[in-house]
Design a protein around this ligand. Structure first.
Ligand SMILES: O=C(O)CCC(=O)C(=O)O
Ligand SMILES: [Fe+2]
Length: 314
């Protein structure tokens, strides 16, 4: 059935933190998108390994035209206008800025850690600032457009409206939040461990998408990706961009992925430090080992020093 907008989409977006525009993608566009997206799977694996989660930016490798058609669908923009238009700091001109395709793993099942984007995934993002902005409707909206049926994303509906509950802190008292170590497991054990981990979060639900569905969600919501190789996936992932969100990404986020300016200009190198503990009492900061390994040397030293200060060892 062709997509039809209703007030339920607006209500769901506000109350749950996500809504799904069912059957948004017309069949002819879906077949064009599959044709251009599928060759990206081996490219992603060549660039990022057999279990690559994504190809980003896909525009460097694939014909972008069907994606541009998707991002400009009149029915999509009419729906976004109804969901966001008229909110304070009008989002009438929200831009769909998609540059990632999420694929199923080629090697073995795995899942991410439960997270709220920015807060949990990147050391160095100013948590107090994130916290102040988390209710700003112009910020932190993103989308998943499924080219095949997709059950990878799990969410905690409504969690975008609030901080972590005592139950959630009890479930995940350690930050960064650990994820299941499936390294020595058989594929079936790893699959069960991933699903059990997803289900262990209070209030978690699997956000099922059918091919052609377009999900809009707030990445301030508790969410997670859980992946199995046998579930073919090609889901176009994007941000719903506003000038304010772009400023945040450019000024407060990208510098921590690739510092383009001298590190001394950044004052926010405090993940796992006081900011986290003040924002989330009851949590314990652990070392951001993976990130430290990837960070440029001088950057890593600074993060490490912040962490040592936080746990009173420096
Ligand atoms: O696979 C997904 O849909 C979720 C991915 C995600 O949450 C992330 O990469 O931050
Ligand atoms: Fe995420």
């Amino acid at each position: 059935m062709a997509f039809e907008f209703s007030a339920t989409h607006i209500n769901e977006y506000h109350a749950q933190g996500y809504t799904v525009l069912r059957d948004l993608i017309p069949a002819t566009l879906l077949s064009d998108l599959r044709r251009v997206a599928d060759p990206g799977r081996p490219i992603a694996r060549r660039l990022s390994g057999g279990n690559a989660q994504r190809l980003q930016p896909f525009q460097d490798h694939l014909d972008r035209r069907p994606f541009d058609t998707l991002f400009q669908l009149p029915a999509l923009h009419a729906a976004l206008f109804e969901i966001f238009g008229g909110l304070p700091g009008s989002m009438d001109g929200v831009e769909v800025d998609g540059d990632a395709i999420l694929y199923e793993p080629g090697d073995s099942p795995y899942c991410m850690a439960w997270h709220r984007d920015y807060r949990d995934l990147w050391p160095g993002v100013d948590l107090a600032k994130w916290q102040r902005m988390m209710h700003d409707p112009r910020m932190f909206n993103q989308s998943n457009a499924a080219l095949y049926d997709d059950g990878a994303l799990w969410v905690v509906p409504g969690s975008h409206l609030r901080r972590d509950t005592p139950d959630e802190i009890r479930r995940f008292p350690v930050r960064p939040i650990p994820f299941p170590d499936v390294g020595r497991m058989t594929p079936e054990e790893a699959e069960y461990a991933g699903r059990a981990y997803c289900q262990s979060m209070p209030g978690a639900v699997q956000a099922w998408l059918n091919a052609g569905d377009f999900m809009v969600y707030r990445n301030t919501l508790w969410h997670i990706g859980n992946y199995v190789p046998y579930m073919k996936r090609a889901t176009v992932h994007g941000s719903l961009m506003t000038p304010e969100y772009r400023d945040f990404v450019l000024q407060d986020f990208l510098p921590f992925v690739k510092p383009p300016r001298p590190i001394s200009e950044f004052k926010n190198l405090n993940v796992g430090t006081r900011a986290y503990r003040e924002a989330y009492p009851g949590t314990v900061a652990r070392r951001w080992l993976g990130t430290l390994k990837q960070a440029p040397r001088r950057f890593a030293r600074k993060i490490k020093r912040g962490l040592l200060l936080a746990i009173g060892r420096a």
